[in-house]
Design a protein around this ligand. Structure first.
Ligand code: ZN
Ligand code: ZN
Length: 339
């Protein structure tokens, strides 16, 4: 069969278990346990326990072991960024996605055709992982979490500046900052360090193990400590990180008049910010905003784009307007963790 007549849908297509690559006999980020999975990154809607075999970056496999009690029943195959391995009749490569530690795009090649499954990604710099690398391809599968022209995330250092100004202004209060445990937490710590905050950063217990994992992978988080270890600490003027759900929890009552903040791309949506209980909503996202998404379509130059994972219609419409053959791809089991 000639390359240009090979229908990409004939070898990579959605099934109820997830996106299936037929000539490689594997699933990418499947929604259920399967015999062979390629995992783009450690977030819960992409990495699930129970696969018989999992191929991912060693960082992603470490995150999965931390979350899934070691995964003793899964045969784990680490693949370095940029290295290629043959699975069945398909060459598989993992390329940085710039989303969280270990996050990768899966680059699949079969009979001269290249499909890139980008997983979740963003384009702006993140001190906890290497930046997204655009890979020229025949089909690009993109996420669409923030795929509306209204989504323009501000600069993350500007948002961190807002937090630090509030800490300086309300020096008798505790700033309680809601962050998701995988990725957002460690990135916010690194951003605080880059902005000059070198004091101890306090952590809710549920954030400890993944911070340790990041440190073990060479991400220097500076002076961090568990809130429960502080017996005589008043937390006045302190920055305390916790999961967003803990802000309204009994746990938060130990702090006198805390000022709640939440870091998420969704904080640009007023209703979501209000719902989160954040007095200080900080727009810090691990996903591409509209300008990043549209720039990425131009950078990879794929004649075909499949859009998944969010607001498909707007991005499909945009892609078609610039001559790309675009369609929505509906995948099972995608819900956002830590946007
Ligand atoms: Zn993710
Ligand atoms: Zn996701």
């Amino acid at each position: 069969m000639a390359i240009d007549t090979l229908d990409p849908r004939s070898w990579l297509y959605p099934t109820p278990r997830g996106l299936y690559c037929k000539p490689g006999d594997f699933y990418i980020d499947p929604a259920v346990a399967v015999s062979r999975a390629v995992i783009t990154h450690g977030h819960g809607d992409h990495a699930r326990p129970g696969h018989r075999a999992a191929l991912a970056t060693s960082e992603t496999l470490a995150i999965m072991r931390a979350r899934f009690e070691g995964m003793p029943d899964t045969s784990q195959q680490p693949l370095k960024y940029g290295e290629s391995v043959r699975v069945g009749e398909v060459d598989v490569q993992l390329v940085p996605a710039g989303h969280i530690l270990g996050s990768a795009q899966a680059v699949l090649e079969y009979r001269g055709q290249r499909i890139v499954v980008s997983g979740d990604f963003k384009r702006r710099p993140d001190p906890t992982c290497p930046p997204f690398e655009p890979v020229p391809c025949d089909v690009f599968i993109t996420e669409a979490t923030f795929a509306l022209p209204v989504f323009h995330h501000p600069s993350d250092m500007g948002e961190i500046g807002k937090l630090l100004r509030s800490v300086a202004t309300f020096a008798d209060h505790t700033h309680l900052v809601g962050v998701y445990s995988l990725g957002k937490c460690q990135r916010v710590i690194k951003l605080l360090r880059a902005a000059g905050w070198d004091k101890r950063i306090w952590l809710h217990g549920s954030l400890l193990s993944l911070c340790k994992l990041y440190q073990d992978h060479g991400v220097d988080l500076g002076d961090i400590a568990h809130v429960s270890d502080a017996i005589l600490e008043t937390f006045k003027g302190a920055i305390v990180l916790c999961p967003p759900s803990a802000i309204a929890d009994r746990w938060a009552r130990r702090f006198a008049e805390p000022i709640p903040a939440v870091c998420s791309g969704w904080m640009s949506v007023r209703a979501r910010a209000r719902q989160s209980g954040a007095e200080l909503p900080l727009i810090i996202s691990d996903h591409a905003d509209w300008p990043e998404l549209t720039q990425t379509l131009k950078d990879v130059g794929a004649p075909k784009v499949w859009v998944t994972h969010g607001r498909e219609e707007a991005l499909v419409h945009y892609a078609r307007s610039i001559g790309i053959d675009a369609e929505a791809l509906h995948l099972a089991g995608r819900e956002e963790e830590g946007a």
